[in-house]
Design a protein around this ligand. Structure first.
Ligand SMILES: *Cc1c(COP(=O)(O)O)cnc(C)c1O
Length: 405
């Protein structure tokens, strides 16, 4: 059969057609009134998307750029920091903090698991200058309990900064950024925002802005204070990825439509959409006898599914691509070959979700050469969907269908 290319990876994700046309037709210079208006509108909408009154920065880099900035702007060499790690992205925090000369304390959990809050409490001594954690660990599909972690951090007072990599968390998880006291929350364009890679953003608390006055790690491109000053004038310090800003404005407009004109409601609809797609996918995978990799605390951003015994997940990834042109992600690092990951963040609908599960049935039949109960995964997903629809839960965006997708 004909095959359409489709991304099911936890970044990059499928592109919103309206954002694609906005990017294709944008030809702006960044030091013009026209771009300043766009830039300022995007920054103000991003506050609503993130759900904060804190100042937001949008920088031209992949997500790791702002992760690095969150270390270099908040710490001084020799500072003790606490990294919570349960996967490849947690390990990135550890390596970044070490690269800037921090003394790194760790709370670790096995891949696929989340942290013991008792252990976090024990390690949160008065000398810890900052805590670094993921909201959703994209390498394992696990969700971490940011609300409880924030409570522990704030109980220590105002000297410990809480930095959350929510690069796959924003748009798939609800956060009360200001209420919980998250000092820096980080996102990336190629995840739930439905545009290509190249922009990385964060919201920064007053407590964190104050810390930057005394933090001594070297920084230049990712100097958040310099960017804040420029942003107040509708500009960024260096040449921004102008076409991505045009795409981001269109994506935020789409999310606003999902909320009938209210961007906050649209963000909740986007989160609900991911939650429902994830629940359908988990039910579908289990109905085929597959085991989830992060069973106890699964994220809505993506679902990591263990490969059946004796099957390398690379064969599953390859079969998805070769037979259906669907790109799913293999495990990273030590998890390579053991699991595959299907994303739900951003521009996925019912048909994408049911379709990838139907394809999963075909893929398993081919790679395991065992009989498959065809329809089991699709049926399980449909049952989840029908129950959500009956409860009048929001079942996805009520925006007008788009042409050209
Ligand atoms: C995608 C992602 C990142 C950022 O990766 P980049 O390749 O630098 O954009 C960081 N953390 C998590 C949890 C991610 O999913």
């Amino acid at each position: 059969m004909l095959r359409k290319n489709r991304l099911f990876t936890p970044g990059p994700t499928p592109l919103l057609p309206a954002a694609q046309s906005a990017m294709a037709s944008s030809a702006m210079h960044h030091r013009t009134a026209e771009f300043r208006a766009l830039f300022s509108r995007v920054l103000s909408d991003m506050k609503e998307f993130i759900g904060t009154t804190n100042d937001v920065l949008v920088l031209s880099s992949s997500g790791t750029g702002v992760m690095e900035g969150s270390v270099s702007n908040l710490t001084s060499p020799g500072d003790k920091v606490l990294v919570l790690t349960a996967g490849k992205f947690g390990e990135r925090w550890r390596d970044l903090a070490k690269a800037f000369g921090c003394v790194v304390e760790l709370v670790s959990a096995d891949y696929g698991e989340t942290f013991s809050l008792d252990e976090v409490r024990q390690k949160l001594t008065a000398e810890i200058r900052a805590v670094y954690v993921q909201a959703t660990e994209s390498s394992t599909g696990a969700r971490h309990d940011i609300q409880s972690i924030a409570k522990l951090v704030r109980a220590t007072g105002n000297q410990t900064m809480l930095v959350v990599d929510a690069i796959t968390g924003l748009g798939t998880t609800d956060f009360d950024v200001d209420g919980w006291g998250i000092d820096i929350i980080i996102g990336g364009s190629q995840k739930a925002l439905m545009i290509p890679p190249g922009l990385s953003y964060c919201a920064v608390s007053e407590r964190a802005w104050n810390r930057m006055e005394s933090a001594k790690c070297p920084r230049y491109y990712f100097d958040f204070r310099k960017e804040r000053k420029a942003a107040a004038k509708g500009e960024s310090s260096y040449t921004p990825a102008t076409s991505l800003f045009a795409g981001l404005a269109a994506a935020l407009e789409f999310i606003r439509q999902m909320g009938d004109g209210d961007l906050k409601a649209g963000r909740r609809a986007l989160v609900n959409n991911a939650e429902l797609a994830a629940e359908m996918t988990r039910a579908g995978a289990k109905s085929l006898g597959l085991k989830l990799f992060a069973e106890s605390s699964p994220a809505a951003a993506l679902t990591a599914i263990q490969s059946p015994t004796g099957v390398d997940s690379g064969a599953i990834v390859k079969e998805f691509r070769e037979s259906f042109a669907a790109v799913v992600a293999n495990g990273q690092g030590e998890m390579k070959g053991k699991l595959f990951r299907i994303a739900h963040l951003g521009y996925y609908d019912y048909l994408d979700t049911v379709g990838i599960l139907a394809a999963l049935e075909q893929v398993l039949a081919t790679v395991t050469a065992k009989p498959i109960n065809y329809g089991a995964a699709v049926r399980a997903a449909q049952e989840v969907y029908s129950q959500a629809a009956a409860k009048k839960q929001p079942v996805g965006a009520r925006v007008a269908p788009l042409t050209g997708s």
